[in-house]
Design a binder for this molecule. Structure first.
Ligand code: ZN
Length: 72
């Protein structure tokens, strides 16, 4: 039963389409995903900087990808 297990690096976050490439921690979906859109990063207010450094939530972009609507 010891076939190639991905180990601890993979298999942690397998959201949506299984790809988090190019995503930041604050993103809810990869860019280009339907029903999502850019929004100002709530943590840095769109500056991309926090505490004298790069905002970890948006990766310094000042923007995040957010799921839109649906509920309503
Ligand atoms: Zn930010």
């Amino acid at each position: 039963m010891n076939d190639h297990t991905p180990g601890h690096e993979l298999g942690i976050v397998r959201g949506l389409h299984g790809a988090r490439e190019g995503m930041n921690p604050g993103d809810e979906a990869p860019p280009g995903t339907p029903d999502t859109g850019e929004n100002i990063c709530p943590d840095c207010g769109g500056t991309g900087r926090r505490a004298g450094g790069e905002c970890p939530t948006c990766g310094g972009t000042g923007k995040i990808i957010e799921a839109i609507g649906g509920a309503g």
